[in-house]
Design a protein around this ligand. Structure first.
Ligand SMILES: [Zn+2]
Length: 77
């Protein structure tokens, strides 16, 4: 029954905690919001950003890799 003690090792719990911390910021970097206006020059992290509210076209959620040539919004980035 020595194996039972090994299962309750405290190192396994510590590993789980550190993984959760690093994953939080990574989730938001995948997709961004853009205005479909031909004059749009920035992509936004916040779909409720004031810069997007001014857009008279529709707001689209896209992957960050498809925003090449656009700049990050200064208000929400
Ligand atoms: Zn913005």
């Amino acid at each position: 029954m020595i194996g039972m003690i090994a299962l309750a090792s405290p190192t396994a719990d510590a590993k789980k905690k550190s993984k959760k911390k690093s994953g939080g910021s990574k989730a938001t970097s995948g997709s961004v919001y853009i205005c479909t206006s031909p004059n749009a020059y920035a992509y936004h992290r916040n779909p409720n950003c004031p810069g997007l509210q001014r857009c008279s076209y529709s707001v689209k959620k896209v992957s960050k890799s498809s925003t090449s040539g656009m700049s990050p919004c200064r208000k929400c980035y």
